[in-house]
Structure formats: structure tokens, C-alpha cells
Design a protein. Structure first.
Length: 383
């Protein structure tokens, strides 16, 4: 039961004698219990599906793929709001192989995507969407789309996407399920397209779990004004880093900032032998080239994307620190927006464009790998 509610972990208390986990009490139990009493009305099924897609989209935007979505792992609280639980089989970006795909076959047979069984690698996001399609079918029908007493026969039905609709399915719900349960993952509908489907949008409300994001959207009007009204001026002397900050920032093993900060933002840091003025001018030029709005304030640059992403417009801060008379350091951090879009911004836009002024990027690990006699790989880190 611990894994079931780990998503609702509120606090951890550790002492010399006790180790306590404070968990949220999800009063409604599993969504499966509601389906076990019979199929749900279409409006009720749609509400749960809307919340499921919003939650899955939130996970995917942070590089988390659940890989075991099913009604047993969906909990309902006292407000009839859905909570996704049991991330024991979930995957993160570091679990991807060199081909950019996941290869571990896992999940619950009735909800597993066809490509997961093909042993050729699969996209975690697309596999989760298939599972969401099975869940929607179950909510509307009261039973599974792919059923058979013989497991192999059930797998054959899944591979062929061989299922039938009950007579009570509406035309719109049939159309959406048909786009979700597509055996070819490249042709399967994606979350942005799901959210544009009229059937899905009917009565849609922003889930309570994302209410904390509202303040981000409210800030954009103020940021627009700040971008237009800020007068560009030469940056004042950048802040000095002390020895502890330098050591902790240059080595992930010595990063102790989480002990002193409530929330550590994802960031990318580099050192340079150029002056702060040159670095800030270069960053500003790169940002404008990719249509970001730029504002300077002392030794900081505020970069604001011009287009709406999955979680609003991407907002990035670049701050300059003076390490030594001829060495300066720049740290990028995400202020708001989608995490994966921020990673793409750093890896594909910033890094290549700044290579001529960068001395070294911090946090990069270099490994030498050799194939062992057993067929595996043995890697050593270069210092």
C-alpha cells in the first residue's frame, strides 16, 4: 500500500529513534472500485479522463513516464478528484538508451501498449497514451477492450488492436477511443491533440493539483510590461562567489544547496574568461535570434519566450558571477514554463551558440566505456 500512495507523500520526519512518513489519506479508494459496480456515465467518465490526461501530461512534461497506468493505480479523493499513484515502474530520461527509447518490458498485460511487447524499444509517452485509451474504454464499457482467457490470444488482440464497441458508446467517444487505441504508435493521437477534441473539452476544468500554476500565468502581464519598460544599461559589477559556492556548484557530489534552499531550480552553469559585459551581450544576441524577449537588470538577464509552450511561455534567468579577476561564471535557471522545453533550450540553443565564449560547462561527466568479456560495458570517469 505504501507505493500506492507515494504520490501523496507530504512529509518525512527522521530522528535517532523514528522514521516517519506523513501521507495524504485518499478517502475514495481506487477508481477500479467504482468501475466494479458497473460502467460509469459518460459525463463522469469524461471528468476522470480529463484529470487523467492532465496528470499524465504534467508527468511527461517533466520526463516521467508511468508505464503502469490502470484503474487500480488511480485513486479518488473526497472531492472526487483523481490522483495517480504507484510509480514503481516509472521511467526517467536517464533510463533512455542511445536510440532515445525505453526497452524494459513492463506493465499490466491488459493495459500494455503493443510496441512494448515488440522488443524493439518504445516511446514512454506514447505507451502511456495507449494505457489511457484502455482506461477510457473501461470507464465507459465496464469491462476491458482486450479480453481472453488465454494470455497469448489477448496479446494477439492487443497487437492488432482488435476490439469492439458496445452499443451504448456515443459517436464522439468511439472516435476518441479509436484514435487512442492505434497499434502504430506513430499514428496514435498525442496529448495536445486529445485536449483539442470537442468531446474531451466539454465541461473541462483546470484540476486542483495545478492551481499552483495560476500565479505563473498571472505574472506574464507584469513580465510583458517589465520587458518593454526596462531601460537597457551596462551591467553593474557581478556578484562575487565565495569558495563554498564555487566548490558546490562545480561538483554535483558536493552540491549541498538543497540543505539551505527550499526549492532548487534546474540550471545550467558555465565559466568563461570573457568579461561579464561580453557574455551578457552574447547571451542577449542568441536569445533574440530565437525570438526571446530580453531585459537586463544589474548582472541578470531575463529571457521570455514569445510562444506558448505546454506549461505557458518559457521564462529563463541568466545571472553572472565573478569568480576571479579574469574568470566569470554564468548560471541559467528556469523561472517558469515546461522543464523539457527548458532542457531543449539549454542543449540545442544556448550551448552550441555560446561555445566560442565558454571555458567549461559544469556538471558535464565524461566517461570512457569499454566492452567487457561478458558482453557488458565498463565505464570510468575522466576527472
Amino acid at each position: 500500500m505504501l507505493l500506492k500512495v507515494m504520490i501523496s507523500l507530504l512529509n518525512v520526519i527522521i530522528s535517532l529513534k523514528l522514521k516517519l512518513l506523513t501521507l495524504q489519506h485518499v478517502r475514495g479508494g481506487e477508481l477500479l472500485a467504482k468501475v466494479a459496480r458497473g460502467r460509469l456515465k459518460e459525463d463522469v467518465a469524461r471528468k476522470y479522463f480529463q484529470q487523467l490526461i492532465s496528470a499524465v501530461d504534467f508527468c511527461h512534461s517533466r520526463g516521467v513516464y508511468h508505464r503502469d497506468l490502470k484503474p487500480e493505480n488511480l485513486l479518488v479523493d473526497e472531492n472526487e478528484d483523481l490522483k495517480v499513484s504507484d510509480f514503481g515502474l516509472s521511467a526517467l530520461p536517464e533510463h533512455l538508451r542511445n536510440d532515445g527509447l525505453l526497452h524494459t518490458q513492463c506493465g499490466t498485460p491488459a493495459y500494455i501498449a503493443p510496441e512494448v511487447m515488440r522488443k524493439k524499444g518504445y516511446d514512454g509517452a506514447k505507451a502511456d497514451i495507449w494505457s489511457c485509451g484502455v482506461i477510457l474504454y473501461v470507464l465507459l464499457a465496464g469491462f476491458l477492450p482486450f479480453q481472453d482467457d488465454n494470455l497469448m490470444n489477448m496479446y494477439r488482440k492487443i497487437m492488432k488492436s482488435d476490439y469492439e464497441f458496445p452499443s451504448w458508446f456515443s459517436t464522439e467517444s468511439r472516435r476518441l477511443v479509436s484514435k487512442l487505441l492505434v497499434s502504430d504508435p506513430e499514428r496514435r493521437i498525442k496529448i495536445p491533440a486529445i485536449m483539442r477534441v470537442p468531446w474531451f473539452r466539454r465541461g473541462l476544468k483546470r484540476p486542483n493539483a495545478f492551481s499552483m500554476q495560476e500565479s505563473i500565468f498571472e505574472k506574464f502581464d507584469e513580465e510583458e510590461k517589465f520587458m518593454h519598460e526596462t531601460i537597457k544599461k551596462s551591467p553593474s559589477s557581478p556578484a562575487l562567489l565565495n569558495a563554498f559556492q564555487i566548490i558546490s556548484s562545480m561538483s554535483t557530489g558536493f552540491d549541498l544547496s538543497s540543505m539551505f534552499e527550499d526549492k532548487k531550480k534546474a540550471g545550467s552553469m558555465f565559466t568563461s574568461r570573457c568579461s561579464s559585459k561580453v557574455m551578457m551581450a552574447k547571451i542577449e544576441m542568441v536569445a533574440k535570434r530565437i525570438n526571446f524577449k530580453v531585459a537586463r537588470r544589474d548582472s541578470k538577464l531575463r529571457l521570455l519566450g514569445s510562444t506558448e509552450g505546454r506549461k505557458g511561455r518559457l521564462s529563463v534567468t541568466a545571472e553572472v558571477f565573478k569568480v576571479a579577476p579574469e574568470v566569470t561564471m554564468v548560471e541559467f535557471s528556469k523561472s517558469s514554463g515546461d522543464t523539457l522545453e527548458y532542457i531543449k533550450f539549454c542543449e540545442e540553443d544556448i550551448r552550441p551558440a555560446l561555445k566560442d565564449i565558454v571555458w567549461t560547462w559544469h556538471g558535464d561527466n565524461i566517461f570512457n566505456c569499454n566492452v567487457t568479456t561478458s558482453g557488458g560495458e565498463e565505464c570510468t570517469k575522466e576527472l
